[in-house]
Design a protein around this ligand. Structure first.
Ligand SMILES: [Zn+2]
Length: 447
């Protein structure tokens, strides 16, 4: 070790020991009760997001076309086993979560809900089989043939047997996941949607389009095909879709090269099938026209070329194709033709579940509903957006991000303007760098 390095090491040791003397101010004891309440509220917020996604996904798996089907109950549960030491099992216990499966989510439109199962119920028996863990419950539900008689105990000390007859649906499930940005992906069996995607979408229908696109990857067998096509070998975890180009998170560079040859066509097919999946579930398509265009705003000029290392078609192409798919499907709806895709893919041969009955749709409102931030459905014309009513002073690092059109920064600005419901100007001294509108539009005065 050279002398300067030793000196540096010594300096570090001295610094470290200086830090070890501990804090000098009395910040008081942590209120454990308040902590437990706060943990419960944050957990509940996550469960609410999962219920939103489950509720929007259910019509898609009810009315889709899938190569297999399976039972669906519509509830989620936790046990104390899922809490490690970091998430203190004592706090789980204080919330009534022990070794018995504790119901945390019930999808309002599911059989579980209509049969009377509630969040907070502890499950201890299914069709006469004792349940003592999450694994027990999973295997008891697997053995159900027909109706599941689920014995539960409630916090008020009452117990019931609740008979739930599962629905038969496409066997895929959707999950809200953290830390993947404005992204979603499919792994052949599941659909994962990033928490940030839930913020990005401007309507339930947009989120359903994302979910339907991922469901289509699973139903059309794209993930399996990608695994087989991968020239370099090894398993490819998933097909990822999104704004931030996190493809690399899921596959190494070599595997990506093998996947690229096929993946643009898979993406085109998933977009196309998604429109059919939505229409089959009676979901309104009219607000989806600009979904890819809005996502493209976060990608700068890159949006004009194939995205994510060439794995995805460009956003202009996806926008044009989405619009023509919507026209094709709306035509079939009007002519009351069955909603099957014009495709030779595996999905066309899959088991079609019954289509949702058409409902008399009310005329679309002339103005956006209260509380909705959905932009006008017509093609965007140069209207005069509101002048900024809110100003945010930014430092040099944020100025650089805005000037580089950093996608994460733009999404943050878009979400902030939408939540504040105010046109927000980002300024550096007296220069306005960007103006974010609640509609999601971002202007760059300095362009
Ligand atoms: Zn995709």
């Amino acid at each position: 070790m050279s002398r300067p390095t030793s000196i540096a090491t010594l300096a570090l040791v001295i610094l470290a020991s200086a830090c070890m003397s501990g804090p000098r101010y009395d910040i008081g004891a942590l209120d454990m009760r308040a902590l437990a309440d706060e943990q419960a509220q944050q957990m509940a917020a996550h469960h609410a997001m999962q219920v939103r996604v489950d509720s929007l996904f259910l019509p898609l798996i009810r009315h889709g076309f899938c190569d297999e089907t399976g039972p669906y109950y519509g509830f989620g549960y936790l046990t104390s086993e899922q809490f490690d030491d970091g998430l203190d099992r004592r706090i789980a216990a204080a919330r009534g979560i022990g070794s018995l499966p504790h119901v945390v989510t019930v999808v309002p439109t599911s059989r579980a809900a209509t049969s009377g199962l509630r969040a907070g119920d502890n499950i201890y028996h299914v069709n006469g089989i004792a349940v003592n863990s999450a694994k027990d419950l999973a295997s008891a539900l697997d053995r159900v043939n027909g109706v599941a008689n689920i014995a539960v105990s409630r916090a008020d000390g009452t117990s019931f047997v609740i008979a739930v007859e599962p629905e038969i649906v496409c066997p895929y499930r959707a999950h809200v996941v953290d830390g993947i940005g404005v992204n979603a992906f499919a792994d052949g069996a599941n659909v994962m949607v990033g928490r940030d995607m839930l913020d990005f979408v401007e309507s339930d229908e947009e989120l359903q389009f994302v979910l339907a696109h991922e469901l289509a990857h699973n139903a059309a067998g794209h993930v399996d095909a990608m695994r087989n096509n991968s020239t370099v070998g090894g398993l490819i975890g998933a097909i990822a879709d999104g704004l931030l180009g996190t493809y690399g998170t899921f596959a190494s560079a070599g595997r990506r090269a093998g996947m690229r040859a096929y993946s643009q066509d898979f993406e085109r097919e998933a977009d196309y099938l998604a429109v059919y999946l939505l229409a089959r579930a009676n979901i309104d398509l009219s607000g989806l026209q600009n979904f890819w265009r809005r996502l493209a705003e976060g990608a700068g000029y890159q949006s004009l070329r194939p995205n994510d290392n060439g794995s995805h078609p460009s956003y202009p192409e996806r926008t044009v194709r989405l619009r023509s798919a919507i026209i094709e499907v709306q035509g079939k709806v009007q002519r009351t033709e069955p909603l099957f895709p014009n495709t030779r893919s595996r999905a066309a041969r899959n088991t079609p579940l019954p289509q949702a009955a058409p409902v008399e749709r009310a005329q679309p409102p002339q103005t956006a509903p209260v509380g909705s931030t959905r932009p006008p459905q017509t093609a965007p014309v140069e209207s005069t957006p509101a002048p900024p009513s809110r100003f945010v002073e930014v430092g040099p690092s944020v100025v650089a991000l805005i000037q580089a059109r950093d996608p994460i920064q733009l999404v943050r600005m878009r979400v902030a303007a939408r939540e504040a419901k105010e046109t927000t100007a980002y300024r550096d001294g007296n220069r306005i760098i960007a103006i974010a509108h609640p509609s999601g539009q971002i202007d760059f005065p300095e362009r």
